[in-house]
Every structure is written in structure tokens, then in C-alpha cells.
Design a protein around this ligand. Structure first.
Ligand code: HEM
Length: 388
């Protein structure tokens, strides 16, 4: 049977927005037979669920098709009080003032990639720009060697992909994740022997009230930084570039007045974010919109749908550079509000201003895009563009 919102259809990867509109209007608390989960799409519902971690628990995972072994062992897949202790260990490293040293390297990497792009004219924004910058900067912050950004992005994409036919993960997705964590575990072991001034060394040794992360927690939390950092950030930057290719007026205005960049990024996080949906599990029976939801049921919080709810944002399907979308859920909300927000904003802003200064006009080569097969993310596999 055709479902109004089929998590396992590729149409959702490319453009979930018309399907969200139907759910928000007609099925605000929708039971998906195929996904075996509830889907919440209205802003008020998604926000209150994200804030109520006691009812909407993350301890069994926050990916809709969760990666085996992660539950209970990472920031995103634990509840308080364990979650609070883990978060306190890393919070400082993600504070804005601790990230400023990454601005110069971001400009350098962006400039190197822009030279390459200008020598080609036709380019792929993902493999030539966004994924290279995110892998190199994130690995620098973590203290990892970023020798092959394309290979790393590929492992990350495989790790978070869904096999839509199988309605879940398959062996190649799990093998990719094992490969990624194997590589990280080796690097973490090296850092235990030779401590350095980086996030991995900090994670491996940090202690709060006698609490230290276990080996497994260090590896899986690092893998979460790699996955969240590389996937969410490079996809977001790519989607933002896609918006700017389409929204020529907005692009011209940002080129003329760079101070508009910050609000252009916020509006893109609302309009089109990469992190579309995350999972929770109910800890007790509840009722929403007349539906009886049972303890143990899985629920998807559709942040991307909430961000287009007309009850919250006027004309939500329009990308409006002047909107200043206060309260958007592009970075989630509540206890699990994205820890990488300052990093994501800083890297996107620095990289895109550097890009627009050298390449103020560009356009898509094709409207037919390939998207990562995912039940959580909206992520272009490649973005073929041409300097205009
Ligand atoms: C524009 C880029 C990004 C977007 C759109 C994004 C989005 C999100 C969202 C929606 C959540 C909430 C997940 C949930 O409720 O279950 C989240 C959590 C998280 N993000 Fe991001 N993120 C981005 C970049 C980053 C970066 C660069 C990092 C770090 C390197 C990062 C690390 C994390 C972590 C560790 C969590 C879990 C936090 C917790 O559970 O306490 N993210 N992100």
C-alpha cells in the first residue's frame, strides 16, 4: 500500500517536503506500517518531544535505523544523567572561543580547493569542496590524519545509509561502520601512548567526578563526531550551495554585503537542513492527536518538517534571506541540541565567504541529483556545478 510518507522510498531522500505538508495537515501523529514507527511533523509536537527526554528517550538510539552497538554508548544515544556527564566532558572543546584557531586553516583549505575548481570550470561541489573541507577541519580538531577525504566521506555515507528495499541496514553499511571505528580505535590507542593537544587525547583522559569514558565510549563518541561532523556539515554546506545556486538574488546580496551570510545560513538550516529526522523510543504510554502510543514504540521527530510548519513560520516554503528564523529546529532542541553548532556555523560561513569571493556566480549542471539513501538525512551524493 502506498503510504502518505514512505520512509523507504527514494522520493523522500530527494524531496520530503510535499509529503511532510500532507502529514502535518492530515496525520500529525502518523503511524508508518513500513517503518513501524510514529512520525511527528508539527513544530509544537516536535519541539516538545525533543525537550521531553524522559518520555522520548534516546537510549535505544537516535538514528531511525540504528547502527548496531551504538545505543547507550554515545552522546546522541544516551539519556541523562549519563548523557549529561558525557556532554560535560566535551562541551568546552566545542565552545565558540575554542574554535577560532580553525578559521585560518578553513580559509587555506577553501582557497586551495577553489584554485582547483577554477582550473576545471565544471566541478562537483561535494567532492571538490564541502566534503574535503569538513573532513580536513574536523580531523584537525580531533587530531586524526585526514589523508583521503573522499574515502572517509564514503565510509561515513555508507555507515549512515539505509537499504530501502530491506527497510533497514545491510552488511555493507555495518562493515563500513566497523571499518571506521577500527581506524578510530587504532588512532585513539596511539594517542593514549603519545598524548597530544587534541580532542581525542582529551576524550581519552578527561575525568569528571571520577567518571571517565570507557574505551568503547571514546571510540563510539569519536565516531559520532566524525559522522555528525562529516555527514551533517558537508551535506548542509552542499545544500546551502544548492540554495545559493537557485536563489540568485540572495546570492548577489550576500556577495555585495558579506554580513548577510550568517542569516543566510540560519534560513537554510530552517528551509532545507541536512539532518531531517531523528529517532526516539517512548518510555511510557501516551496519547497524541487521538492516537494511543505505547511504551517501547519508536517515534521519528521530523525536524525538517517542523521547520516548514506554517503554524510557526510564515510562508515556510519560501527561502527568505530576511526571515531571521528564530527557534528553527535545524540543530534539534533540548538535551540533544547539536553540540557542533558553533563549529558548523563558523566553518560554513568562512568556507562560503571564501568561495563567493572567488566564484560569485555558479549554477547547477543538472537538476537530476543523486541523494544518499537514508531514513534520517537529506544529503546529495554529488552536486555537479559550473562556474557561470
Ligand atoms: C550544519 C551541520 C549540522 C547539523 C544540521 C546538525 C544537526 C544536528 C541535530 C538535528 C542534532 C540533534 C539530534 C537528536 O536530537 O537526536 C545534532 C546532534 C549532534 N550533533 Fe550536530 N549537526 C551539524 C553539525 C555537527 C558537527 C560539525 C558536529 C561535531 C563535530 C556535530 C555533532 C553532534 C553531536 C555529537 C550531536 C549529539 C549531541 C547530544 O546528543 O548531546 N554536529 N546535530
Amino acid at each position: 500500500m502506498q503510504e502518505p510518507f514512505d520512509l523507504y522510498s527514494h522520493a523522500i531522500d530527494a524531496n520530503p517536503f510535499p509529503y511532510y505538508a500532507d502529514l502535518r495537515k492530515n496525520h500529525p501523529c502518523y503511524w508508518s506500517e513500513k517503518g513501524q514507527l510514529w512520525i511527528l511533523t508539527r513544530y509544537a509536537d516536535v519541539l516538545s518531544a525533543a525537550q521531553d527526554w524522559e518520555t522520548f528517550s534516546s537510549a535505544k538510539g537516535n538514528l531511525i535505523d540504528e547502527i548496531p552497538g551504538r545505543s547507550g554508548n554515545t552522546l546522541g544515544t544516551t539519556d541523562p544523567p549519563r548523557h549529561d556527564r558525557m556532554r560535560a566532558l566535551v562541551n568546552k572543546a566545542f565552545a565558540k572561543k575554542h574554535l577560532e584557531h580553525l578559521i585560518v586553516p578553513t580559509v587555506e583549505i577553501a582557497s586551495r580547493q577553489i584554485d582547483l575548481i577554477k582550473s576545471k570550470v565544471d566541478f562537483d561541489f561535494v567532492s571538490d569542496f564541502s566534503s574535503v573541507i569538513t573532513v580536513e577541519i574536523l580531523f584537525q580538531m580531533l587530531g586524526l590524519p585526514a589523508r583521503e577525504p573522499a574515502k572517509i566521506r564514503n565510509l561515513v555515507v555508507q555507515s549512515i545509509s539505509t537499504d530501502k528495499k530491506a527497510r533497514g541496514r545491510n552488511d555493507s553499511h555495518n562493515n563500513a561502520f566497523r571499518h571506521l571505528t577500527g581506524f578510530l580505535a587504532k588512532e585513539i590507542a596511539k594517542r593514549r601512548q603519545n598524548p597530544a593537544d587534541d580532542l581525542i587525547t582529551h576524550l581519552a583522559n578527561a575525568e569528571i567526578d571520577g567518571y571517565r569514558l570507557t574505551e568503547l565510549e571514546v571510540t563510539l563518541t569519536t565516531s559520532m563526531f566524525v559522522i555528525a561532523g562529516v555527514e551533517s556539515l558537508s551535506s548542509f554546506m552542499s545544500i546551502f550551495a544548492l540554495n545559493l545556486a537557485d536563489e540568485t538574488d540572495a546570492r548577489h546580496r550576500i556577495v555585495d554585503d558579506n554580513s548577510l551570510m550568517a542569516q543566510a545560513i540560519e534560513e537554510s538550516l530552517r528551509y532545507n537542513t541536512s539532518a531531517q529526522r531523528f529517532g526516539r523510543n517512548l518510555t511510557k504510554d501516551i496519547e497524541m492527536h487521538g492516537q494511543q502510543m505505547k511504551a517501547g514504540d519508536k517515534v521519528a521527530l521530523a525536524f525538517g518538517a517542523a521547520n516548514r510548519d506554517p503554524r510557526k513560520f510564515t510562508n515556510p516554503d519560501i527561502y527568505d534571506l530576511d526571515r531571521k528564523p528564530l527557534g528553527h529546529l535545524g540543530f534539534g532542541a533540548g538535551k540533544h541540541f547539536c553540540i557542533g553548532t558553533s563549529l558548523a556555523r563558523q566553518v560554513t560561513q568562512t568556507a562560503m565567504l571564501t568561495f563567493l569571493a572567488e566564484i560569485p556566480a555558479f549554477r547547477m549542471q543538472s537538476r537530476e541529483l543523486n541523494w544518499v539513501s537514508s531514513s534520517n538525512f537529506r544529503s546529495p551524493l554529488s552536486l555537479p556545478m559550473r562556474i557561470a
